[in-house]
Every structure is written in C-alpha cells, then in structure tokens.
Design a binder for this molecule. Structure first.
Ligand SMILES: N[C@@H](CCSC[C@H]1O[C@@H](n2cnc3c(=O)[nH]cnc32)[C@H](O)[C@@H]1O)C(=O)O
Ligand SMILES: [Zn+2]
Length: 430
C-alpha cells in the first residue's frame, strides 16, 4: 500500500506536557512527534504556527439525526418534550430523513472539532452511511424501547442484530455497533437482561440513558422497589462495558455501585440544564474514581453539538453547584472530552491523546483570534475561551476532513440544503 503522509509543523501540542514541535502522520496513524520543525518532507504540510494541536474531541452521548428537530420544542421538561413533541415527529422518520439529519450532524461535529461519538437512534444503517461519507469515527446503536410488549421487544432485537451484522467494524474500522436499550423506564427487565447476555457474548458495548430525572427515579422505584442503578445492579445488567448517559439523580449507594461495576458515565450538562433535569454530582463521581466523559445529547435538547461549549459548561456547573471554584479544573475537563471518553468507548489505546502509534484523530485550533489572545495558557483557552468555531483543521483516521475552516470531505451547502428539505418534509407530516 502506498504511504500517505502529513506533517503538522511548528505547532503547540497538547499532551501531559505542552510542547512546541511537529507531528508526523502516516496513513491513519501518528508515527512521530518531534521537537524539530521544518525538517521533514510529507505529502501534505500543515503550518501549525499560532495554532494548538489537540486530540479530536469525543462525544459520548448523541442522537445525530435529531438535528432535524433543532429548535422544534424548547423550554419544556423531559416527559412533555418527549411524549408530546419529539415522539410524535419521530413516528414519521424514514431512513432518508435520518441520513440527512446525521450528515448535517457530521459536518457540524467536524466544524467544531469532534472526531468520534457514541450515537443512539433509528435507521442506524442510514446513519452509518452518513458517518462513512463524513470520514468520522462513531459507535452506533439502534435505540430499543419495548414498554413491556413482547412483539416490540422481538422487533427491536431483530433490528439491532441487523445493524450489528451490516455495520459493525465497517468504514475501515471507524464504525462500531453497540446495543442501545433506551432507559430503565422504557425497557422491560427481559429486554435489559437479554441485552446484557448478547452484549457479553458478542463483546459489544451497551449505551443507555439512566437516572436522568427525579421523575424517572420515582417511576423505577414504584415499578421495581429500587433506584435506577440499584435495580440495574440487581438484575445483573451493569458492567464495565455500559455507557450510561446523564446519571443525574444518584444516591451514595448508587455511586458505589457505579464505581464497583466500572460503569462509564456520559455527563450532558447543557441538556440537563435546558430540560431542568438536574445537576449530576460529577466532581464527587470523579473523586470516587468513576470515569465521566461528556456528551451533548441530541441537537433538539442542546441545541448544538459543540463539545467546547460542553466542556466549559461542565466545569462551571460543578463550580456553582459545589460552591468551590477549584473543582473540575480545565485540565480535567479536557481529559473528560478526550482520553476519558475514548476509554468509555473502549478506544483508549487508539484515540483520545496525541501519542506515537495512536490513530491520527487530530484538531488544530487557530489562536490568532481576538478571543484567544494573548496566546498564554492553551488548555485554559481551549476550555474557557474557545468555541467550536475556532477549530481550523480536523483530521480523522489520517484523513484531512477540514482545512483552514473549509470542509474537504462533503459540500457544506449541499448538506445544509438536504437537511433543510428533510426537516421541512418531516414536520409537514407531523
Ligand atoms: N426504537 C425506539 C427508538 C429509540 S431511539 C432513542 C430515543 O431517545 C430519545 N431521546 C433523546 N434525548 C433523550 C433524553 O435526553 N432522554 C431520553 N430520551 C431521549 C430520542 O428522541 C429517541 O426517541 C422507538 O421505537 O421509539
Ligand atoms: Zn439522549
């Protein structure tokens, strides 16, 4: 195979220590990190002057195609939002709509520096097509809901198995498939137990919403006589392959259960604030040794997919919640959005940091802009001063997806037009 190389020259590299140097990429991997600059030839040379090179951000909870429902129903609590607004529209979704929404989400993520994500939704083979075309890396799951109905349960497993067979480990390994039981209040115990069994057998991850609202805690207590994580523990569902989104309402006993089972949590501060779901005890969880990463949730409850915003809000929310401005410092928040998120997806040896041998999932942030001047403390700037719009260049799996703020993979105007059309048609049916 012919080798393709990229030299990112004379750049400020974010890692355990921050250093100035150059990074050399061959095919899909980082092959060299050197303090020398300008000394290497390559097929592509990216001038990194006045730029910061950071690992691509990793979003551990998304519903990509929900971009079509952005701005559709704001300022509502979760149950009304889902039951009266989102689910009626979702009843009219098709694979083509999901493809259009996912493609829009992909260009939004590229433009804001996200290179990998964990998605749960409908028509996931169409979502996979969008992800493949975009060049991004994703873990995809068909969201399963049975509400105790056996026929629905069987249909959800058939669809999940179809997606696994069709999409797992495709797109040069960029696409993986996971199980996606929606939540303890929408899935029966039978469904959850069968997911556990199949996931263990196939070695696939599980992506689920847990303990998002106080209402959910009440519902689960009433049905099963235990809090959500207690119940999931009792039925043998929890293990280190579970990525639980939200985890807002937790007792001390549940924090212990999460830690003991090495469950990975995806904290979604914007969605939790917007739906007034509550505040996850993130700093306490991290102190207890729990892996907490960041997610945006869908664009209908955020309303964007910008992980830079999510990093800042995660930090600020913990500070105001604990009355302690020293909790969740910038360095930790950046880890949550990179290496901790990579570990949640089981990809800590492949992505999440800039190291020789890892995949080249890299983002350059332009620091030559008023809001990032003076160029002083790169980690602080990335977390507290930057937003997704400051991202200049994005590389995923060694492919340049965006250069100098211009997409190289997809036609931005075309994707926007496709998504506008799909959103309009979908809404006209609902
Ligand atoms: N097969 C399922 C689809 C579930 S996809 C995942 C679901 O999660 C929903 N969703 C999005 N954000 C949230 C959230 O914050 N909490 C709970 N559900 C959400 C989303 O609208 C979608 O219906 C069915 O037949 O309904
Ligand atoms: Zn969600």
């Amino acid at each position: 195979m012919e080798t393709k190389s990229i030299l990112i020259d004379n750049v400020t590299i974010l890692g355990d220590e921050i250093k100035k140097g150059s990074v050399i990429v061959e095919n899909d991997k980082i092959v060299e990190i050197t303090e020398k600059t300008g000394s290497h030839s390559a097929d592509e040379i990216i001038n990194g002057e006045k730029k910061v090179l950071m690992p691509g951000l990793v979003n551990t909870h998304t519903h990509l195609s929900m971009t079509l429902m952005r701005g559709l129903a704001d300022d509502l609590p979760l149950d009304t939002w889902l039951n009266d607004h989102i689910w009626p529209v979702e009843a009219n979704l098709t694979g083509d709509y999901c493809y259009a929404g996912a493609l829009l989400a992909c260009i939004e993520m590229i433009k804001s520096g996200t290179t990998a994500f964990n998605d749960m939704y409908f028509f996931m083979d169409d979502v996979a097509k969008a992800v493949d075309n975009s060049g991004l890396r994703g873990m995809l799951s068909h969201g399963m809901i049975d509400l105790g109905d056996e026929e629905k349960r069987k249909a959800e497993f058939r669809e999940t198995m179809r997606i696994i067979e069709k999409c797992h480990d495709t797109a040069d390994g960029r696409i993986k498939v996971a199980f996606g039981p929606h939540a303890p209040y929408t899935c029966s115990t039978e469904l959850l137990k069968e997911v556990r069994e199949k996931a263990s057998k196939l070695g696939l991850k599980i992506h689920i919403h847990v303990a998002e609202t106080e209402f959910e805690v009440g519902q689960v207590k009433e049905s099963y006589g235990a809090r959500p994580f207690e119940y999931l523990d009792e039925i043998g569902f929890l293990a280190d392959d579970v990525i639980a989104a939200h985890a807002v309402w937790l007792s001390d006993k549940e924090i212990k259960i999460i830690k003991e089972n090495n469950v990975k949590l995806s904290h979604n501060p914007t969605s939790n604030m917007k739906l007034a779901s509550g505040i996850s005890p993130v700093s306490k969880l991290i102190e207890s040794g729990v892996n907490v990463s960041l997610g945006t949730d869908g664009a209908a409850s955020n309303n964007n997919l910008d992980l830079f915003e999510e990093m800042k809000l995660a930090a600020l929310l913990q500070k105001v919640n604990t009355g302690d401005s020293t909790v969740l410092p910038a360095e930790k928040v950046l880890e949550m959005a990179t290496i901790d998120a990579a570990a949640a997806l089981g990809l800590e040896n492949e992505i999440g940091s800039i190291e020789v041998g890892k995949k080249a999932d890299l983002v350059l942030v332009d620091m030559k802009t008023p809001s990032l001047t003076p160029f002083r403390h790169p980690v602080s700037h990335v977390v507290y001063a930057a937003n997704g719009g400051d991202v200049d260049t994005v590389i995923c799996n060694g492919e340049i997806l965006m250069r100098n703020k211009v997409l190289e993979v997809l036609d931005e105007a075309e994707v926007i037009q496709l998504a506008e059309g799909a959103a309009e048609e979908l809404l006209s049916k609902s």
